[in-house]
Design a protein around this ligand. Structure first.
Ligand code: GLP
Length: 264
């Protein structure tokens, strides 16, 4: 690690790495340590998981640890952050497909312990479904660790600008920038759903540990706003600034516009 410090203006912690590989390995190690620590106490590890390009290397490393170092996921209960609506779980753009491809298909997690908002439920059943998702997280005692990426507009999960900090799991409308960023995956903007189910900001901040991973120059502008700008619902990730159980894990490019980090 290059540098670890309290973020210049607040109480969360910033871990800076010279490249995306090192940052990803650090995150994977944190997750593996938690799983093992819970195992030694005979407890489940309740993980909040994210999708997108950012966590792919983290998941690859977790698979390596499973295959080469015997890391077992038998005690892991997972809850994914979000899913497009509507989408079929077997569609290659769905987050169910993503998670199976990049992680679940290659580890020993029990199928019954995997939770991903499945959005092929009828429109009039969504509120009930979201409430049940939220209750399930609570029934497992809440999230031990939440892994987050960040959207270019500051979204976490699919909590878009304007989301209330009190929101829990619900149906959301996707922001135009979010849909634009997804258009390559969907083969054109017209194919990108307009809505999604997302756990809320309130659900996220209650996790006992939060790791926000951001990599690359594309994220530098929003990272500087989220870490050092005003705390505002216009930048949903800004809520994390004052939380001592939050760690931002950044490579040098993503951290390029953070004032003190650039000087260091
Ligand atoms: C999607 C996901 C977010 C993720 C974001 C960033 O919007 N719902 O959870 O953080 O994409 O994706 P990427 O890591 O590909 O930049």
């Amino acid at each position: 690690m290059l540098q670890s410090m309290h973020t210049p203006t607040n109480s969360s912690t910033l871990h800076l790495f010279s490249n995306p590989e090192k940052a990803s390995l650090y995150v994977a190690q944190q997750i593996a340590d938690l799983i093992r620590q819970q195992q030694t106490q005979g407890k489940p590890a309740v993980l909040g998981l994210a999708t997108g390009n950012t966590p792919k290397r983290v998941y690859e490393e977790l698979i390596n640890l499973h295959k080469n170092e015997g890391l077992s996921f038998a005690n892991v209960i997972s809850f994914n952050l979000d899913e497009y609506y509507p989408i079929h779980p077997e569609d290659t753009q769905s987050y169910t497909y993503f998670m199976n491809r990049y992680l679940f298909g290659s580890i020993d997690i029990k199928l019954e312990n995997i939770h991903i908002p499945h959005t092929n439920c009828a429109a009039n059943g969504i509120n009930e479904y979201c409430k049940a998702y939220e209750e399930k997280i609570a029934r497992f005692g809440g999230l031990d660790l939440q892994l987050l990426g960040i959207g270019r507009n500051g979204h976490i999960g699919f909590n878009e600008p304007g989301s209330s900090f009190q929101d829990t799991t619900r149906l959301v409308n996707l922001h135009s920038l979010t849909r634009e960023d997804a258009q390559t995956d969907f083969g054109g903007l017209e194919n990108v759903p307009h809505q999604a189910i997302s756990i809320g900001i309130d659900t996220i901040v209650q996790a006992r540990k939060i790791l926000l991973l951001a990599l690359g120059e594309k994220k530098s502008e929003i990272i500087s706003k989220a870490l050092q700008g005003e705390i505002t619902t216009r930048v949903p990730a800004s809520i994390l600034q004052n939380l001592p159980h939050v760690e931002y894990v950044l490579d040098h490019e993503a951290a390029a516009l953070i004032e003190e980090a650039v000087v260091a």
